[in-house]
Design a protein around this ligand. Structure first.
Ligand code: ADP
Length: 383
């Protein structure tokens, strides 16, 4: 069965076409600068890469371009769009309603719309992608896979903040957690590597990419995670501050005479590795500067130390929360491309965790999990 996986951002759309029974990617690509006459399509298939400038005014046109690339006589991999039997969409926020992936119906679209308030940058473009697919790939069943759903197993002691309870009831203010598809994928993959059932393992998963988050996965269930109401909480990230005393926010607003939008920009876009080092949000640049003797080297070293220290602190906390620990899993861009840094973190941790704890680097594959979920749900529906 051919499953198309789509991840729509406000100005970009990533896609992969899977032959899911064979776990095989037939084609994949990225369309950037949606909303402009100078959009760029990068399409990969059969070992070939096609780079093409295209006019793409909106997400409807974007989905048409993607279907066109997949069915193209030269670079395509299918003869007709009718060969696509299912679509899996990455959707960031499913609130408390979606505890697992779900077939998209008009009711589900309504709920995703409702959660736009909680993920104003992410849910609206997913909806545009879903609506475009229902026009262009009419009658092809669509499945939504939520970043938040894996963490819906967290107990109240992990997800509630110490705020008046009415704000949870009134506005849904609580920890939701993100990167759930990645944490779920690497937990399952780790169980295979360790040759033990997931239901017997206590794992800590560390997704270290542009955004960074950790999860305590107790016998296959997320029981705590470092990101919160939004992806701003927790670890130090490329441009996000992570954990912070909320009083800092009011103090800065008062001192700098700035409003909520500006302070949000500072915390989300100007902090983290970038803000501390003054050099870059990219870990490669931080490592290079930290090794050098230049003027930025001292601050790069501090940024790196804070990055590592927070990971260590969360590992201690999550080990205590679960009462035991079998393995720590590292995944995403920083983990997958920098064995030196991961070894450094692991050797540092070795001193504080029991000898039986394994450290593993496992590449994440959120698209594959989205395709698998879509396949399972669509197959069950047609059975
Ligand atoms: P995203 O969260 O956007 O999916 P990725 O998981 O692709 O991000 O990770 C991207 C990040 O990986 C980059 O910002 C960069 O900091 C980091 N990265 C990539 N290669 C290396 C490397 N060789 N060493 C350290 N960090 C790296």
């Amino acid at each position: 069965m051919l499953i198309l996986v789509i991840n729509c951002g406000s100005s970009s759309a990533k896609y992969q076409l899977f032959d899911i029974e064979k776990d095989k990617v037939l084609a994949k690509g990225l369309l950037e600068r949606i909303g402009s006459d100078g959009a760029n399509l990068k399409h990969q298939s059969n070992g070939d890469i096609l780079n093409k400038k295209v006019a793409c005014k909106d997400h409807d046109v974007a989905i048409n371009i993607i279907v066109g690339a997949l069915t193209d006589a030269v670079h395509g991999v299918i003869r007709s769009k009718d060969e696509i039997k299912g679509i899996g969409h990455r959707v960031v926020h499913g609130g408390e309603e979606f505890k697992e992936s779900t077939l998209i119906t008009s009711r589900v679209i309504g709920s995703i719309e409702k959660y736009c308030e909680l993920a104003p940058l992410h849910n609206p473009p997913s909806l545009l992608g879903i609506k475009a697919c229902s026009k262009i790939l009419k009658n092809v069943p669509q499945v939504a896979v939520f970043d938040t759903s894996f963490h819906q197993t967290m107990p109240a002691r992990s997800f509630l903040y110490g705020l008046p309870f009415k704000y949870y009831k009134k506005f849904g203010i609580r920890k939701y957690g993100f990167h759930g598809t990645s944490h779920r994928f690497v937990s399952g993959a780790a169980a295979k590597v360790l040759k033990k059932p997931l239901s017997s393992l206590k794992l800590i998963t560390c997704h270290l990419g542009n955004g960074c988050s950790m999860a305590a996965v107790d016998r296959g269930k997320s029981v705590d995670t470092s990101m919160g109401f939004t992806p701003l909480e927790g670890l130090l990230m490329g441009t996000r501050s992570g954990d912070l005393d909320p009083a800092v926010v009011f103090y800065m607003m008062e001192k700098e005479r700035i409003g909520p939008n500006r302070i949000s920009d500072i915390l989300n876009k100007e902090s983290g590795l970038l803000g501390l080092s003054g050099i870059s949000n990219d870990m490669r640049d931080i490592l290079k500067a930290a090794r050098g003797k230049g003027p930025g080297s001292r601050r790069a070293k501090i940024a790196l130390e804070i990055f590592v220290y927070r990971i260590k602190k969360y590992i201690g906390a999550y080990q205590a929360a679960m009462g035991d620990l079998d393995a720590v899993i590292f995944t995403a861009g920083i983990s997958e491309n920098n064995p030196w840094l991961i070894k450094k973190i692991a050797s540092d941790l070795r001193k504080v965790v029991s000898k039986k704890v394994k450290f593993l680097v496992i590449p994440t594959n959120e698209e594959l999990l989205i395709a698998r979920d879509a396949y399972k749900i669509i197959k069950k529906r047609s059975a």
